[in-house]
Ligand binder design. Structure first.
Ligand code: GAR
Length: 216
């Protein structure tokens, strides 16, 4: 089996990247994490990647004149490593429309909300302020507009009484670590494909249970 050569782009601790690396340690997984690239020098995830034998690169966005120049360098670095597919994993930087177009349908992102609800920052704070009973995370293909694009998979978690931002973020993050490897598996294996602005599945996934919160 040839495995899809994937780069994970990070800005910080990289726990989602680590979940992808762990999944790809299984030779049956249809993707390998061939590169971890950070736009922040010293990002915690870089050491984690190196410990796992994954090639790392740092591209400090502050040393580029503008977004376009950074994205051109990023694209060149990805090509140097023969990267075929990119996963944004806590990559807190907007990409230019030109870059997104070049990597169209070869670029995934994970976002800590049930999109299209709560795009952008402070997702958990806003969800708590609204009093929602269910929160979650989304893996989607990237389009030029932030946190928009064909949705591959979502996971829902309950919001519990007394939750603060940290408690909710931790519950969602745990779901992210399961969801992202699963979503990449679906895409890398060809089980999920983009059809216009929707994701289609080769085989209908098993019917999920309903999540009630509070329980009925
Ligand atoms: C994750 O919760 C991810 O969903 C979020 O940043 C965190 C990164 O954690 N991403 C975004 O908010 C992107 N809009 P990690 O570095 O431990 O994976």
């Amino acid at each position: 089996m040839t495995r899809l050569r994937v780069a994970a782009l990070i800005s910080g601790r990289g726990s989602n990247m680590a979940a992808l690396v762990a999944a790809a340690a299984n030779p049956d997984y249809p993707a390998e994490i061939a590169l971890v690239l950070a736009n922040v020098p010293g990002a915690g995830g870089l050491a984690v990647a190196a410990e796992n034998g994954v090639a790392t690169e740092t591209l400090d966005h502050r040393s580029f004149a503008d977004r376009a120049a950074f994205d051109v360098a990023l694209d060149a670095r990805l090509r140097d490593h023969q990267i075929e597919f990119v996963c944004l994993a806590g990559f807190m930087r907007l990409l230019t429309a030109g870059f997104v177009e070049k990597w169209r349908n070869r670029l995934l992102n994970i976002h800590p909300s049930l999109l299209p609800a709560y795009p952008g920052l402070d997702t958990h704070k806003r969800a708590l302020a609204d009093g929602v009973r269910v929160a979650g995370c989304t893996v989607h293909f990237v389009r030029a507009k932030m946190d928009v694009g064909p949705i591959v998979a979502q996971a829902a978690v309950p919001v519990l009484q007394g939750d603060d931002e940290d408690a909710l973020a931790a519950r969602v993050l745990k779901a992210e670590h399961v969801l992202y490897p699963q979503a990449l598996r679906l895409v890398a294996s060809g089980a999920a494909t983009v059809d216009g602005e929707q994701v289609k599945f080769a085989k209908a996934p098993a019917t999920p249970a309903i999540l009630f919160n509070p329980p009925l």
